[in-house]
Design a protein around this ligand. Structure first.
Ligand code: NOJ
Ligand code: CA
Length: 706
């Protein structure tokens, strides 16, 4: 007979030795919405999860295959169980909310694999909105070093759910999302892949996390991971006959999936479960499963609103490089004094000063300048190890003068380090590059990892690279530098521990609108998926949305209305927000630009008012530094009609709302710049009916008047 240990309300750690016949343990979330069962069945560790009495994860096995020893998948016995309860409120350095409650019940299973004298622990944390589980390898077994062949964490689904997914890929996340049933993933894969030219899809049913799903009875399930440190990034492979996902780690150059030394543990595997889409967006599960802040002094970490010398190159046909000459000459042999500039280089003194003036006039903190440093003539491909030195400016970029000019105007220049995925080269120069930043007063860097990885054969999401990304962040902290890495691994909440990681791209951003266009639904999916792990440098704020007007050669089209571009500053949470269009375009629309000037980048409190993945998201956030509220709505192909209550406002105050809405005939393809700005007195009793056009949205700023 099987004995069940039921854990109700536990105030402190309890260690319960397991009688030989007792092979299972149950635990519930603090208010009982989620329950988890863990047991050893025929020697195999197995778990299942219920939400409000309904199965969400059917019994699913856990374990690992090793490349250098017997597998850790069966032959286990449960030796003892520990249970505990945890409840604290913590305060992030920046975030969607000024305080976050971390409240869970924990179950720790101690397992023995007697045949091989090995031990493995399984730790489960059960929250009211989800579960985290991880493998732990204590020092007291015979296991010392081991090589992971594959992690076999299974997630058995209860039905053919609807999923919002991007293709499994070891090197890019810059895909459009596909919405379909799990059973349709295989047939949709080649179309899904065609939105990006990457070569490293691993399986016809492999997808990336964070994976958002919805069951036919309205339960939202999200699979991802938290605290990805010294481990390979997890993808999911679907057995589409049985509707079971299995973890699929990113391999290294030799095909192995991870090198470990005990004591160690895997990242958390996360399962968010709610019956309301807004609660998925509001969940703090991923952040809560990360370690507290590792830095004592965080006073130097500040949210950033910025403009930049960028869209001119991405959308406007300008160049990062200074000249057409010098291809394939080694970096230390470059001599720009003898070459002819091509005249398409916007990172020049005059233009950068123009951006600095614009930033100062409109209250932006920083000006990103890409293409400031030598090496862009031939910057990726050819397996070039030695590309940039991140220190030598082009002849027309006077680093001394421009930083001084910016300082006089009260703004900073944002550094740009495109590594071209040549990691050895970046690490070779990193300290001098950070020291140069410190010398001139830069406090943030946008880095990037375009191209195939060097060392050859390594992948963007492998263990080795994950260690590099974190090294770049922790070394930057020593210089009080904040990091926004593009093309790095998708975030897993590490910004809680290392809050100078103020942004990542790691998904298809606005740049793809210039290259090809994103699906109109894209920004209604990203907050459910990519943003679960941390903020995204999505670079919204494009006002000239017809790319043919920007560059007749462009293949892109910004699939959005102008009003929706404003809303993204609220719906796409980030402490780092760019106003990505160029000053001359903003100068034509100064009334709408006012919203971008007003919207803060750090928040006291956030609420999700309406949401459905692929359809619409409506968020309201309160400024951390004032009593102003900001509301944003982004809508997909079908537009959206909102009925929102402003009951979150202070009951004793009156406010003025400035509403930036799509005009009645606005449309993301043919009438993008049709918007209407109106003002209205509102209070906590106000109900607003709002309409977003197809691919449209609205933005509202709400300021107290008494
Ligand atoms: C790709 C990044 O996402 C983009 O923002 C950047 O401009 C280019 N790489 C060049 O570094
Ligand atoms: Ca990119």
């Amino acid at each position: 007979m099987k004995h069940i240990l039921t854990v109700a309300a536990i105030a402190a750690t309890a260690i319960i030795p397991v009688p030989s016949a007792c092979l299972a343990a149950d635990i519930q979330s603090p208010s009982g919405t989620i329950s988890l069962n863990a047991e050893v069945i025929d020697g195999k560790p197995t778990y299942s999860v219920d939400f409000k009495g309904k199965a969400v994860i059917l019994p699913s096995t856990l374990g690992l295959q090793l490349a250098d020893g017997p597998d850790m998948t069966d032959g286990f016995v449960l030796t003892s169980v520990e249970t505990s309860h945890f409840d604290e409120t913590w305060h992030p350095v920046w975030g969607e909310n000024a305080s976050i409650r971390n409240n869970y019940n924990e179950l720790l299973l101690h397992l023995d694999q007697p045949e091989h004298y090995r031990k493995m622990d399984l730790r489960f944390r059960v929250y009211d909105d989800g579960v985290g589980l991880r493998y732990e390898f204590p020092q007291n077994g015979v296991l010392t070093y081991f090589i992971i062949k594959e992690e076999l964490t299974r997630f058995a689904m209860t039905g053919d759910h609807t999923a919002w997914w991007i293709a499994g890929d070891y090197d890019t996340q810059e895909y459009d999302y596909t919405e379909c049933r799990l059973s349709e993933i295989r047939s949709k894969m080649s179309e899904a892949i065609s939105s990006n030219a990457s070569q490293t899809q691993f399986s016809p049913t492999g997808v990336q996390t964070s994976l958002q799903m919805k069951t036919d009875d309205g339960i939202y399930i999200n699979l991802h991971e938290a605290a990805l440190v010294d481990y390979s990034c997890m993808h999911l492979e679907l057995d589409d006959s049985n509707l079971v996902f299995t973890s699929w780690l990113t391999p290294d150059a030799q095909g192995n999936k991870g090198h470990q030394q005990v004591p160690c543990h895997s990242p958390w595997r996360t399962i968010m479960i709610t019956d309301n889409a807004c609660d998925i967006l509001a969940s703090n599960l991923i952040l809560n499963l990360n370690e507290p802040c590792a830095y004592e002094d965080t006073s130097w970490i500040k949210p950033v609103k910025y403009v930049g010398v960028w869209w001119e190159m991405i959308g406007g046909g300008k160049q990062w490089s200074y000249t057409h000459d010098l291809p394939s000459v080694k970096l230390d042999k470059l001599d720009y004094s003898t070459t002819k500039p091509h005249g398409l280089h916007p990172a020049n003194n005059e233009n950068v000063k123009r951006y600095i003036d614009f930033a100062a006039e409109h209250g932006f903190d920083q000006v990103l300048v890409e293409g400031w440093n030598v090496g862009w003539e031939d910057w990726f491909g050819h397996s070039k190890d030695y590309v940039f030195d991140f220190q030598t400016p082009y002849p027309d970029f006077d680093i001394d003068m421009l930083n001084e000019y910016a300082k006089q105007k009260g703004v900073k220049i944002m550094m740009h380090h495109e590594t071209s995925a040549s990691i050895r080269n970046y690490e070779r120069h990193m300290h001098d590059a950070y020291a140069l930043m410190q010398k001139y007063g830069y406090n943030s860097v946008k880095s990037g990892y375009v191209g195939n990885m060097l060392p050859r054969g390594e992948h963007h999401y492998g263990q080795w690279l994950n260690n590099h990304y974190l090294y770049a962040v922790t070394e930057a902290a020593k210089y009080h530098i904040m990091v926004n890495a593009h093309e790095a691994v998708r975030p897993t909440g590490l910004c809680r521990t290392y809050p100078n990681l103020i942004g990542n791209e790691s998904a298809r951003g606005t740049e793809y609108e210039a290259f090809a266009g994103n699906k109109p639904s894209h920004t209604t999916v990203l907050p459910f998926t990519r943003l679960q792990g941390g903020p995204m440098d999505y670079t919204p704020g494009i006002f000239e949305l017809d790319m043919k007007k920007v560059n007749p050669e462009s293949q892109g089209h910004v699939n959005s209305t102008l009003a929706r571009q404003l809303a993204l500053y609220v719906t796409m949470y980030s402490p780092l927000q760019m106003a990505a269009d160029v000053p001359e375009v903003y100068n034509r629309f100064l009334d709408a630009f006012q919203f971008i000037k007003d919207v803060p980048v750090d928040w006291q409190e956030s609420r999700y008012l309406e949401a459905e993945p692929g359809q619409y998201i409506v968020a309201a956030r309160k400024d951390k530094a004032s009593d102003n509220w900001f509301i944003g709505c982004t809508a997909g192909e079908n537009g959206h009609e909102s009925q929102i209550s402003l009951d979150f406002l202070d009951k004793n105050r009156k406010y003025e709302a400035t509403i930036y809405a799509d005009a009645p005939d606005a449309h993301y393809i043919h009438n993008q710049q049709a918007y209407v700005i109106s003002k209205k007195k509102v209070d906590a009793k106000t109900r607003l009916k709002m309409k977003a056009a197809p691919g449209g949205g609205y933005a509202i700023s709400v300021k107290p008047i008494n």
